[in-house]
Design a protein around this ligand. Structure first.
Ligand SMILES: [Mg+2]
Length: 379
């Protein structure tokens, strides 16, 4: 059975990237740097019959990089996307990826191009599902509209109020950032473990350790009863280092948000080092590549947990991807205040007992509110 459903041809009439930016009072602190504002680069795709789909492009860090992706969309991707009728979003993905290959080499920017094409792919699938009036999770072959979630992106300090608020909202799994100093990390872990009781807890090192540090820390951190340790090493560390860590007693390894392309993901999957695979569909792949990848990882016994930390379109796309793929993975939901995520759309599903339930509205099930697009738009 093909992994992706058949779609009617798509002929676009318009493709508009829309860059949103909002100020925040409390920055997001990671081991690689500080995110001191929130951006969301959206794509609005409209076909010749007036059907519309929405996508989102990675632009979290550094936030000024979002402008670059917007220009790439305007100057290169839109021209290609509008140039012909596509048999499927996958055909658009593969063709535009091939046609921009030399540009990615010339500019030294494979990431920004991949991210722009990923956002386009999400918009095309949303459009295709809306045209047949089906929710994306069902259109893409999902059997169940319930997905588990976790509250993510907790800063290493000052997280107490957010955790309490998220417990009240219905969350029962949490992920906190580590990879700073060992003593401070372990204090944070003790503190959050006390706060959340026996609820699920994960940590994200954000590529902050080398192998020696990871080996030194593995057992002490794992003793806080962790579901996973995320990106302990740089994403491009040799597989021999990942294998070494995978043999350490303690929590399993999660990673994948910083991989690009089938080859890199397949190397991870085939290595048998990872318990959880976390592709970010707004960074590479959209639905066309992420869904087959997710199903491939599940068939290898690796849990698919989408990575995402920006606006509501990408969050919902990740939710639909997880529901379509199946398995018992968790949807990453940023616990930090993000005005764009909170305000841009109505009807973002709430969380009950850690579960998000997707509705039967067509496509992603939401539309950005023009009032808030105007409020946050960077012009
Ligand atoms: Mg991460």
């Amino acid at each position: 059975m093909p992994c992706l459903p058949k779609t009617d041809p798509i002929k676009l009439a318009k493709l508009d990237p829309i860059l949103l930016r909002a100020k925040i009072d409390v920055p997001v602190i990671t081991s690689f740097g500080i995110i001191s504002e929130r951006t969301s680069l959206l794509i609005r795709a409209e076909d010749i019959d007036g059907a519309v789909g929405w996508g989102e492009v990675f632009g979290n860090f550094p936030t000024h990089g979002a402008e670059n992706r917007k220009h790439i969309l305007e100057d290169y991707i839109a021209i290609l996307a509008l140039s012909k009728s596509w048999k499927s979003p996958l055909e658009a993905f593969d063709t535009i990826t091939a046609k921009t290959h030399v540009l990615t080499l010339q500019s030294g920017e494979p990431g920004p191009f991949a991210q722009s094409i990923a956002g386009l792919d999400i918009a095309l699938w949303d459009l295709a599902a809306r045209r047949v009036n089906m929710p994306l999770w069902k259109f893409l072959g999902g059997k169940c509209n319930y997905i588990s979630t976790y509250a993510s992106g907790l800063n290493p300090t000052g997280f107490e109020n957010i955790v309490e608020q998220k417990i009240t909202e219905g969350y029962n799994a949490f992920k906190i950032k580590v990879g700073f100093c060992r003593e401070g990390d372990l204090q944070s872990l003790s503190k959050i473990r006390k706060l959340i009781g026996d609820r699920r807890l994960m940590i994200d090192v954000n590529q902050g350790w080398d192998l020696a540090t990871a080996r030194e820390n593995w057992i002490a951190y794992s003793e806080h009863n962790l579901d996973w340790i995320e990106e302990p090493l740089a994403a491009d560390s040799p597989l021999s280092e990942w294998k070494d860590l995978a043999l350490q007693p303690g929590a399993p390894i999660a990673a994948g948000e910083n991989l690009l392309g089938d080859e890199q993901f397949n190397n991870y999957i085939n290595s048998q080092c990872f318990g959880f695979l976390q592709p970010d569909m707004c960074k590479w792949g959209g639905f066309s590549k992420t869904l087959p990848l997710a199903r491939r990882s599940l068939s290898h016994g690796i849990t698919y947990c989408p990575h995402f930390l920006a606006g509501p379109i990408g969050l919902l796309a990740s939710a639909h991807s997880l529901a379509a793929a199946g398995g018992d993975g968790l949807l990453e939901i940023d616990a930090n205040f993000n005005p764009i995520r909170e305000n841009l759309v109505e009807g973002l599903p709430s969380i009950k007992n850690g579960i998000m339930t997707l509705n039967d509205a067509s496509g992603l099930g939401i539309y950005p509110d023009p009032k808030f697009i105007k409020k946050y738009a960077v012009t």
